[in-house]
Design a protein around this ligand. Structure first.
Ligand SMILES: Cc1cc2nc3c(=O)[nH]c(=O)nc-3n(C[C@H](O)[C@H](O)[C@H](O)COP(=O)(O)OP(=O)(O)OC[C@H]3O[C@@H](n4cnc5c(N)ncnc54)[C@H](O)[C@@H]3O)c2cc1C
Length: 225
């Protein structure tokens, strides 16, 4: 994706161009993320193009369509992230509850300590909120809406819940939670990226508040539906 028309209106400046990976001038450098190097393949890479030339026919769609095509992928991509995260939240929640019942400290199971009970109750409420917000966004997409507000809402909200639920599960496991004897430490390392990739929390909050305030500026209100 590259800027092909710097003077065009904001959303028409970029184009997407198909470049076969064996085209001369391409360099691919692996960039491990959160310590994850992949297994025989690279998880993330930096691609450098030096003097790369391809036919004009390799432009995807029309010249200037780049932003539109990217936006089309990003909505479904973001809800898909949250759907995966729901699975991770559930896994961490189950590990937390089972270990809380099993591990005894200071005269009884961790499950009897009020702090641990609060973590379980708060996690249950927040996971259910994420599930219902995801279903709501999916329902609106199925109804033909781009569901921009709903997708941004779940993107930043579920990213925080994901990190907090896994973090609580690690805390309940004590030192064990940081070893590789449970999947929690690896889950925690990967979850952190969720607050950044496909748009950091701050940008999604900005999108949500801008769209809501736009309604109020024109004399309307924001209807939750
Ligand atoms: C694991 C991973 C996978 C990724 N995969 C892809 C991919 O497949 N395709 C792709 O194109 N990109 C991918 N990215 C890139 C990712 O989308 C960007 O890193 C992300 O959008 C943030 O952009 P940036 O890194 O340039 O941060 P910047 O834009 O430099 O922002 C840095 C920080 O500044 C703050 N900030 C930025 N804007 C605002 C604002 N308006 N208001 C308040 N604070 C603000 C935020 O705290 C933000 O985290 C991936 C990143 C990661 C970590």
């Amino acid at each position: 994706m590259a800027v092909t028309d710097p003077e065009a209106e904001t959303h028409r400046r970029m184009s997407q161009i198909l470049v076969p990976a064996d085209t001369p001038g391409i360099e691919i450098e692996a960039v491990p993320v959160s310590g994850h190097r992949g297994r025989g393949w690279s998880t993330h890479c930096e691609v450098t193009y030096t003097g790369v030339r391809v036919p004009a026919a390799n432009v995807l769609g029309e010249r200037g369509d780049g932003f539109r095509i990217a936006q089309k992928r990003l909505g479904p991509g973001r809800i898909h992230h949250v759907m995966r995260w729901l699975g991770q939240m559930q896994r961490a929640f189950e590990l937390m509850c089972r270990y809380a019942l099993e591990r005894e400290a200071f005269g009884g199971p961790l499950a009897d300590k009020q702090t641990v009970q609060n973590w379980i109750a708060d996690s249950a409420a927040e996971i259910q909120a994420c599930r219902l917000m995801t279903l709501d966004a999916a329902r609106k997409i199925d109804g033909g809406s781009e569901a921009r507000v709903e997708i941004s809402l779940i993107k930043f909200y579920a990213a925080r819940v994901l990190n907090e639920v896994i973090d609580r599960a690690v805390q309940v496991h004590g030192g064990l939670g940081l070893t590789d004897r449970t999947p929690l430490a690896a889950m925690l390392a990967m979850a952190r990226g969720g607050r950044i990739y496909d748009g950091p929390d701050e940008v999604h909050r900005m999108v949500v508040s801008r769209r809501i305030l736009k309604e109020f500026k024109t004399g309307g209100t924001w209807r939750f539906s």
